[in-house]
Design a protein around this ligand. Structure first.
Ligand SMILES: Cc1ncc(COP(=O)(O)O)c(C=O)c1O
Length: 362
């Protein structure tokens, strides 16, 4: 071969397959853990207003946004960095701390970006066995060795929806050597209502090797604008600031995110909607004879009992315009993941699933 050759390992990466998004002919798109109620109208207003200054570069330091985050979460602004989605920050953490010969530990059924990001920078991803559907702190700690540079944990985890409580998170951190960066990916933190949950903010406020990542793509409904942030040890934030693009978050995205943070009324409505309909879906799907994993996020993992069952359900739903997420790439061939939708979507998709279960029984 004469053409350019990428670095070793790059072609070993399985490109990330997102939930269906190009096709807009669906009846219900419940495949990407997007916000059921969309964004706050105030965020859209701010976005439109900021469009008038598209000829100017954005504020590379995202000061107003970091100020708004610091106010809302009661954290120090200097410990925050914003990213082009939290995805950018997860990738940069790998670039900053891991390379060839290093290991990056993540949980067996954890978010797929972790092994992709690790492989992309030449490091070796190491999957720690889960305990059923839940992250096992013991098995994660068993995977730690001299070569470990980063441990990723999504809490709550995507695609299982389960979380480990504050005490377990602290036990994980306490078991790590100080040279290992603990990345607590709290993309779904806003949806959790359980009192024993901690987003990782507490550890990230003092531990020199902890960083928490957050996103505006989920409860705030700004997935298309790509805004995320990280909070943690100043030395880690410094590394991210050195590696990130100088203008990584566009002005309208920053403005929309500030307005979304300040619209508490809309936030409360989105949270109440998710809690109500997540419970409703859990009950309704259970009533259809399906096993559903209890979830703290805005989605549910549904077990169809076999890969053939899950694929048949997916085909049946797709045929009628309903998109769920296949889980083969996460090692859950028997499952589909369903994002909480609007009331109409939740009722509609479960009616179609009820009809599918009838055909499966015949
Ligand atoms: C666990 C987890 N972390 C991070 C992300 C990425 O979010 P963002 O849109 O901020 O890049 C997702 C998106 O689905 C996710 O599920």
């Amino acid at each position: 071969m004469n053409g350019p050759v990428p670095r070793p390992g790059v072609l070993a990466i399985e490109p990330y397959q997102g939930g269906k998004s190009k096709d807009t002919s669906y009846v219900g798109k419940m495949s990407s853990n997007e916000a059921a109620l969309g964004p706050s109208p105030k965020a859209l207003e701010a976005y439109a207003k900021a469009a008038a200054v598209t000829h100017r570069y954005p504020d590379g330091g995202a000061h107003l946004l970091r100020e708004a985050i610091a106010r809302r979460h009661d954290v120090e602004i200097d410990r925050i960095v914003c990213g082009c989605g939290s995805d950018e920050l997860l990738q940069l953490l790998c670039r900053g701390y891991a390379g060839p010969g290093d290991e990056v530990v993540y949980s067996e059924h954890g978010f797929l970006i972790y092994p992709i990001a690790a492989t992309a920078c030449g490091a070796t991803p190491v999957a720690a066995k889960d305990d059923g559907y839940t992250v096992s702190v013991d098995s994660m700690l068993k995977c730690i060795g001299d070569r470990t540079k980063i441990v990723f944990i999504a809490n709550p985890n995507n695609p299982t929806g389960t979380y480990i409580p504050r005490a377990e998170l602290e036990r994980l951190h306490a078991g790590l050597p100080p040279h290992v960066v603990l990345v607590i990916d709290a993309a779904y933190a806003e949806f959790v209502t359980d009192p024993d949950y901690d987003s990782g903010q507490e550890l990230a406020s003092w531990a020199p090797n902890v960083v928490m990542t957050r996103t505006f793509s989920k409860i705030y409904g700004l997935a298309a604008l790509r805004v995320g942030w990280a909070y943690g040890a100043p030395a880690i934030i410094d590394v991210l600031n050195r590696l990130r693009g100088p203008f990584n978050v566009p002005t309208p995205a920053q403005a929309a995110a500030v307005a979304a943070l300040e619209d508490r009324e809309f936030f409360d409505k989105a949270l109440a909607h998710n809690t109500r309909w997540r419970d409703w879906l859990f009950q309704r799907l259970g009533g259809l004879g399906l096993h559903v994993v209890p979830s703290a996020g805005n989605f549910l993992l549904i077990d169809f009992g076999s890969a053939a069952g899950a694929h048949a359900a997916d085909e049946y739903l797709r045929d009628k315009g309903w998109y769920l997420r296949r889980m083969d790439s996460y090692g859950f061939k028997d499952h589909l993941r369903l994002t909480v939708g609007t009331e109409n979507e939740n009722r509609g998709v479960t009616d179609v699933l009820a009809a599918f279960m009838e055909t499966a029984r015949v």
